[in-house]
Ligand binder design. Structure first.
Ligand code: NAP
Length: 235
């Protein structure tokens, strides 16, 4: 593995819980990381324990991202992790349209706009890597009760694959986890009732950070198996 010069300034969008939080905690311990910008609607419990981290409160479902982009311009990250995602768990017709709109905005549109902005930063700043979080569960097949979420994850995959064909200088990557032991998977839901193990977010964050620091994987897509103890998908 070739270790690239690691990041000095990292922005994590969706950093208060789950995978985003696990990434923030890992990068906090990484010597070469100088500062973290943690974005979410609420601070994480214990945010102050991350000494290198600054919290920025922002709702990624807002149609207007200009305040966030202004903040990112001032912070000037060399790496961005876009971790936020979600959507209604319901029959498509029964969920309110506003809930589907929320899913499309948070899980796709905001990521697409931040990616568009960050691609435009190349040359002018130290923009070096962006990692978008997809889903090996929902990005390449339908997902009953999660139609708008699955549509957003398909769109993210399509965006990533299309930009790669344009050969960007930015190291744009897609990382697609399987089912993780986070708030996104409610108690009693189907994945928690299986005999297979959910992925632990700390373990996933560790794999993700190692993969991101490997130059040989420039522009890559890493996809995990649906469960932690099932064979890994090719990527
Ligand atoms: N968990 C799984 O099984 C699974 C499987 C495949 C893919 N994924 C993907 O992995 C990523 C991380 O999932 P996770 O399980 O870690 O999710 P999670 O535990 O629900 O955490 C989501 C994070 O995003 C933030 N967020 C959500 N909505 C936001 C909004 N409107 N504005 C700003 N921040 C927002 C949340 O913070 P606040 O609530 O404080 O805003 C939180 O920090 C997502 O992209 C998800 O689609 C998850």
């Amino acid at each position: 593995m070739t270790n690239s010069p690691t990041h000095r300034k990292v922005a994590i969008l969706g950093a208060s819980r789950g995978l985003g939080r696990a990434i923030a905690e890992r990068l906090q311990q990484t010597e070469s990381v100088e500062s973290l910008l943690c974005v979410s609607r609420k601070p994480a419990s214990g945010e102050t324990t991350l000494s290198k981290s600054e919290f920025f409160e922002f709702d990624l479902s807002k149609p207007d991202l200009s305040d966030l982009i202004q903040k990112l311009n001032a912070f000037a990250p060399d790496c961005i992790f876009y971790c936020a995602g979600g959507g209604p768990f319901s029959n498509y017709q029964q969920a309110k349209w506003s809930a589907h709109q929320w899913a499309l905005r948070v899980s796709f549109l905001a990521a697409a706009e931040i990616c568009h902005w960050f691609l435009g930063q190349q040359g002018a700043s130290k923009a070096r890597q962006m990692v978008m979080i997809g889903s090996s569960v929902a990005e390449s097949q339908g997902d009953a009760q999660a139609a708008s979420y699955a549509a957003a994850k398909h769109a993210l995959l399509g965006l990533y694959q299309s930009i790669q064909k344009e050969k960007p200088k930015l190291d744009l990557r897609l990382f697609s986890p399987g089912y993780m032991n986070t708030d996104m998977i409610p108690a009693g839901s189907w994945p928690r009732q299986q005999s297979q193990s959910l992925w632990e977010p700390d373990h996933v964050a560790s794999m993700l950070c190692r993969w991101c620091s490997d130059d040989a994987q420039f522009g890559g897509h890493m996809s995990l198996s649906l469960f932690a103890d099932t064979p890994r998908k090719a990527h």
